[in-house]
Design a protein around this ligand. Structure first.
Ligand code: SF4
Length: 347
């Protein structure tokens, strides 16, 4: 069985070469891939709680937002807790934002939690508390991009969409285009190409299956090609798995602003949990120079809050940097600053 490699000339490029277009795929090959992925998914799919029958569209939407940039293992307990606390959009919309950010816990990128609450507010106020079905309507909600809209429309409502996350893109690019990895974001051409690979029937299973296949088998760093049921027709495998010319950008964490922002947010969440934040945490605990730091500043804080402050101070950031990041957190709506004190937003 062979794949028709009709590379079209085009402006699309990735790290593998200057004219990496998207090849046409013959019907027999496409059918084989679709059938194989769907059968594999039925056998091997993880038993994730949001895949249970009768899971609400709202619960699926929450799972999709949480799963962006966060591993499923960390998402699952948070998702369960959220769905207990806020089973409908109206419940989340009515929650104090400080509570929402605290419950987001360590999922990272907490602005997602704010956007999710904003989306809940729109759904509750304007859409009769019902998550909309179409990608067009979903994309009008705060924080919902094309990937999330396609995933919710497919997985919650069974509509035919093209779900194109990084896992899906990697599988398709390796299988059919023979490249190690896709570009940083999909072009219109790639999106249209991927849409042509979605089957008329079983499109939900295909969308979920390719995504899962990319997460479990055709992974970014260690694809399990020897065990792959598509190894005989995978173009990248048949070409000897050539490495892309450039390495993917690795997101370093240690020493970054993200790390420091996260550590400051941990202080505010700890204070919230310990009810230290009725008046906030003094800015001095963050910005006082180490040589002037008086440990008595921590005496009024709960043990967990003081420990979180210690972790911020261990990062040895200078006063200007800390002040800039605190200012950014306030601007982003993730914190509020009143009378020299910092707390989770009290909305
Ligand atoms: S053979 Fe390897 S690269 Fe190709 S689809 Fe299978 S796991 Fe992915």
């Amino acid at each position: 069985m062979s794949i028709q490699m009709t590379h079209r000339a085009g402006s699309e490029s990735d790290s593998a070469g200057p004219s990496a277009a998207f090849p046409e795929v013959t019907e027999p090959v496409l059918r084989r891939v679709q059938d194989t992925v769907i059968a594999w998914f039925e056998e091997a799919a993880r038993d994730l709680p949001w895949r249970a029958p009768n899971t609400s569209a709202w619960a699926i939407l929450v799972s999709e937002i949480m799963s962006q940039q966060t591993p499923v293992a960390r998402v699952e307990p948070r998702w369960r807790a959220w769905m207990q606390m806020w089973p409908t959009p109206a419940d989340l919309a009515a929650a104090p934002t400080s509570e929402v950010l605290h419950a987001w816990d360590r999922l990272g990128y907490p602005r997602r939690a704010l956007r999710l609450q904003e989306a809940a507010g729109v759904i509750a106020a304007n859409l009769d508390n019902r998550v909309p079905e179409t990608t067009e309507e979903l994309e009008r909600l705060p924080g919902i991009g094309s990937y999330t809209a396609a995933a919710v429309s497919s997985f919650a409502f069974g509509r035919k969409t093209t779900v194109l996350d990084t896992n899906v893109r990697r599988v398709l690019i390796r299988l059919f285009a023979g490249r190690e990895r896709p570009t940083s974001s999909p072009s219109r051409k790639e999106t249209a190409w991927a849409a042509g690979l979605v089957p008329e029937d079983e499109h939900v299973e295909w969308n979920a299956g390719v995504m899962e296949f990319g997460a479990l088998v055709c992974t970014a760093r260690n694809p399990d090609c020897p065990a792959c049921p598509l190894q005989d027709i995978c173009t990248w495998n048949r070409l000897g798995r050539p490495a892309s010319a450039t390495k993917p950008k690795t997101q370093k964490w240690a020493g970054t602003d993200r790390q420091l922002r996260g550590a400051i947010m941990d202080v505010l969440k700890a204070a919230h949990a310990a009810e230290d934040d009725r008046h906030g945490v003094s800015l001095d605990v963050f910005t006082t120079a180490m040589t002037d730091f008086d440990p008595a500043l921590l005496d009024s804080l709960a043990e967990s809050t003081a420990a979180a402050v210690a972790r911020v101070r261990e990062l040895s950031a200078d006063r200007d940097r800390i002040s800039r990041l605190i200012s950014d957190l306030v601007t982003d709506g993730l914190a509020q600053q009143i009378d020299g004190r910092l707390a989770l937003p009290n909305r």
